[in-house]
Design a protein around this ligand. Structure first.
Ligand SMILES: [Mg+2]
Length: 123
């Protein structure tokens, strides 16, 4: 995937700045302690999970090709991303950099030749 293909979701710093401004303009920063943000994030993950509840796993991709369902799942994924970005901003974490480091470690830990087609084990 090229950098151009990443740009749709790539600029997390811009999202963080907009979320910060949105929060400050409404004086909501007092509510954005890390614990409250994690609980809000979990609530949004729950809303996302609810959309998938009872949908057969092998039919989920097709299910969400429907435009209205796709819009709903996009909304909930956006809610999850925005709360995660806000949490990272409060913690002063470079979320994009941290995620890239995690990917590098995963690429090293799971070389394709050793694990191809095999689900990763925990621990
Ligand atoms: Mg939501």
């Amino acid at each position: 995937m090229t950098d151009t293909e990443h740009q749709g979701t790539g600029d997390l710093a811009e999202l963080a700045a907009r979320m910060r401004a949105f929060t400050e303009e409404r004086d909501w920063g007092r509510f954005h302690d890390p614990k409250s943000l994690v609980l809000a994030l979990m609530g949004e993950v729950g809303e996302l999970a609810e959309l998938l509840q009872w949908i057969p796993a092998d039919g989920a991709v097709e299910h969400f090709r429907d435009p209205e369902r796709r819009a709903r799942v996009s909304e909930e994924m956006s809610d999850v991303l925005l709360y995660l970005v806000r949490l990272a901003d409060v913690f002063e974490v470079d979320l994009r950099g941290a995620a890239q480091e995690k990917l590098v470690r995963a690429e090293e830990r799971f070389p394709p030749g050793a694990v191809r087609g095999v689900a990763p084990k925990r621990g």
